[in-house]
Design a protein around this ligand. Structure first.
Ligand code: URA
Length: 434
């Protein structure tokens, strides 16, 4: 087989056979196919698309490019959950212990933050002592004992995707539904789940900015999962404004604990209950969504979900006392309120800009090597639809001076009443005609 022929076939609208797709993925992972040919191939896929069958084959080939986790040592139906990424998205911290508390085994691998979006692993590391790496034996034992273990993604999981994603990033081929779907699903398949619940975010702060594309991505991933024998469901959820009110690492853990304690913001609790209900049905614990929803609300109200979270934190090296006293989690030195320049109603909050602001304060990374400041972030005091008076606080920045200055001097200078806070304030759009 010659790569030039395969590129030409795809470029001219052809459908690739299973062996051609496997050959490309294997060749590229092993370094036999150079970046320039793979780039041309990815661009052909971007322009021409792929059939469902091709997308499934690409997913399988990428999943098999590295380690395939064997979770057969874990009893019960293993249900995984994946979010396509957003701002203030701490759903995994809530959903995983919530479903575990009703008996669904959760053996989860999560990622770190990327750009303006946060990552579950970074958030968990805000808990002092928490270990995001476990041995295979520990991982299996924890899931069997407390129904929950959550670790960082292993380096050898779907290495083809890792290489291809890096290439897509620099060849303008990221925003392509067959490539996104196969990239996400290859990692889920390699991670060994029996069933998968996908949380596809849609809106300004998400990858998919409009509903039509989000639905298309969701349907493609569901078809891939089902064609590969995994029970798969997708939920579309709003990412026009950040989820909940906290954007940052320690503060998002605190907000997750509030939800697990039966409180927390309505939007966050609603999404979590929806995702968890689907997971609990797929896990065979409840017969239908309504029964699961009721059962899971009880698990929040009774403290069972919070107790599972405390056991999970303790099992992975953190102090479970922090779950009972979340005020002990890291806090920034200073709070900088952002006042409203006029009265009105909040019409929109640009989630991406809020996420970028949190990242610039130190909650995320500008480069892969950056260290995270777990204490900094943004608290939204107003959400879409809220009324604001002149001078009322829209949001509060949680700032650590030294880190902020090191990471972004211009931002450090400007925090307070300067352009940085004005820019962040402008991410709140106010409407005056209601
Ligand atoms: N997340 C992934 O893992 N892959 C993509 O292609 C896009 C988002």
């Amino acid at each position: 087989m010659r790569m030039v022929d395969v590129i030409q076939k795809k470029r001219d609208g052809g459908t690739l056979a299973k062996d051609e797709i496997e050959w490309i993925v294997r060749g590229y992972t092993q370094g036999d196919i150079p970046d320039y040919q793979m780039s041309a191939f990815l661009m052909a896929v971007y322009l021409v698309g792929m059939t469902d069958e091709e997308t499934s084959q690409l997913t399988l080939a990428m999943a098999h490019s590295g380690e395939m986790l064997d979770l057969s040592g874990i009893h019960g139906v293993k249900v995984d959950k994946h979010s396509t990424g957003g701002v203030g998205d701490k759903t995994s911290l809530i959903v995983a212990p919530l479903v575990a508390s009703v008996g669904v085994p959760v053996a989860k691998m999560s990622g770190r933050g990327l750009g303006h979006t946060g990552g579950t692993i970074d958030k968990l590391e805000a808990i002092p002592g928490f270990r995001v790496e476990l041995t295979k034996e520990e991982f299996v034992r924890h899931v069997n004992d407390i129904k929950l273990a959550l670790v960082g993604q292993s380096g050898n999981l779907a290495p083809a995707d890792k290489k291809m994603y890096a290439l897509r990033d620099v060849t303008a081929t990221v925003s392509c539904i067959p490539l996104i779907a196969s990239s996400i699903m290859s990692k889920k398949i390699a991670a060994g789940a029996d069933a998968i619940v996908l949380d596809v975010k849609v809106g300004a702060g998400a990858f998919m900015k409009d509903l039509a594309h989000a639905r298309q991505l969701a349907e493609t991933m569901v078809r891939i999962g089902r064609s590969l024998g995994r029970r798969t469901i997708a939920v579309l959820s709003d990412m026009d404004q950040p989820l909940g009110t906290e954007i940052g690492n320690a503060s998002e853990v605190r907000e997750a604990i509030a939800v697990l304690n039966g409180g927390g913001p309505d939007d966050l609790r609603t999404v979590c209950l929806a995702l968890a209900s689907h997971m609990a049905v797929l896990g065979g614990v409840y017969p239908d969504f309504e029964a699961a929803h009721t059962g899971l609300q009880q698990a929040l109200a009774s403290g069972a979900a919070l107790e599972t979270f405390a056991r999970f934190v303790a099992a992975q090296g953190g102090d479970p006392e922090l779950v009972r006293r979340p005020e002990l989690l890291p806090r920034a030195e200073r709070e900088v309120p952002l006042p409203a320049a006029s009265a009105g109603f909040i019409e929109a909050i640009d989630a991406e800009k809020v996420g970028l602001a949190a990242m610039l304060l130190g909650a995320g990374r500008l480069t892969k090597e950056d260290a995270i400041d777990y204490a900094v972030g943004v608290t939204l005091r107003k959400k879409v639809g809220d009324r604001v008076e002149l001078g009322e606080t829209l949001a509060v920045l949680h700032v650590n001076g030294a880190k902020e200055a090191r990471r972004s001097p211009c931002c450090a200078r400007r925090t307070g009443s300067g352009p940085f806070s004005r820019r962040l304030t402008r991410s709140f759009t106010k409407s005056y005609n209601r």
